[in-house]
Design a protein around this ligand. Structure first.
Ligand code: IPD
Ligand code: CA
Ligand code: CA
Ligand code: CA
Length: 266
């Protein structure tokens, strides 16, 4: 498959950062780790991967702005373009030797998501999408799952840490969803959760309390795989709200309804 020059730049950067993560994953016990907030760890591996992505993407596209998990906002001369980057999504898994983690890179042009790369180096799975060009995993075209009944579905979620505000709501949401679906999963990387929805491995996914870098690339992947996404209010402010509900057209709607059901309506 011939990739665009833009996607090539993003893939090369992700692969290089992926090699760094793979090396560190092999000796995870030697990494320096610190805590940023409740349940939010950062290690040398996160920072090294981010340095590589920052260097590679700045070299290939000078002047583009950045929003990165560890660096935060980096202003650019170009006010049309912004990279949204999570250098290691799934740090907790990574630090426990669980091979479910990823690098997530999205590009916004004039506020619109136009290109996305998510890479899981431990499984060598590379997800790519460009606006209007479809979504792919390792060059295979992706399509969201076609199930139309929530009772047949496997749904992914995120579990907000006890110290975070969304925890109480989540327990209600989880009870609601569990009552209606065939199974619930918690992968531990929101970027991969959305990639799995795009790939048809999971039928849907919801999570709140997220940041733009967790989901920007995954949102485009799901859309380009024929799926639908919204925030928890059914709007399209996922990046600002830090929440997402994803699935095919029917399941996305049904999942949003299930998640939002008041306790008294059960
Ligand atoms: C986390 C992962 C996780 C989600 C957390 C995120 P990080 O990102 O995406 O699945 O539940 O809310 O913070 O910190 O590992 O990059
Ligand atoms: Ca983090
Ligand atoms: Ca993340
Ligand atoms: Ca991260």
């Amino acid at each position: 498959m011939a990739r665009s020059a833009l996607l090539n730049v993003m893939v090369q950067a992700a692969m290089k950062a992926g090699r760094s993560l793979s090396r560190d994953f092999g000796e995870v016990q030697n990494l320096q780790v610190s805590m940023k907030g409740p349940g939010d760890y950062v290690s040398q591996a996160d920072r090294k991967a981010e340095d590589i992505l920052f260097a590679e993407l700045s070299k290939a596209r000078p002047g583009y702005a950045f929003l990165m998990e560890e660096r935060g906002v980096v202003e650019g001369d170009d006010d049309q373009h912004r990279w949204i980057v999570d250098p290691l999504d799934g740090t907790t898994n990574f630090l426990h030797g669980i091979p479910i983690f990823s690098i997530s890179i999205a590009l916004e042009r004039q506020g619109q998501l136009v290109a996305a790369v998510i890479y899981n180096p431990a499984m060598d799975e590379l997800y790519t999408a460009e606006r209007g060009g479809g979504a792919f995993m390792n060059d295979r075209r992706l399509r969201v799952a076609g199930r139309s009944k929530l009772t047949d579905c496997v749904i992914g979620c995120g579990v907000p840490h006890l110290g975070r505000g969304q925890h109480g709501n989540f327990l209600v949401e989880l009870r609601n969803v569990m009552a209606e679906v065939s199974g619930v999963r918690r992968l531990g990387s929101a970027a991969l959760d959305l990639a799995y929805v795009a790939a048809g491995r999971m039928d849907g996914f919801w999570e709140t309390g997220l940041s733009a870098w967790d989901i920007a690339a995954g949102l485009l992947l799901v859309r380009e795989a024929g799926g639908f996404v919204s925030d928890m209010d059914g709007g399209q402010d996922m990046l600002e709200a830090g929440s997402v509900v994803a699935g095919n057209e029917v399941i996305q709607r049904a999942l949003l309804k299930a998640v939002k059901k008041p306790l008294s309506a059960r």
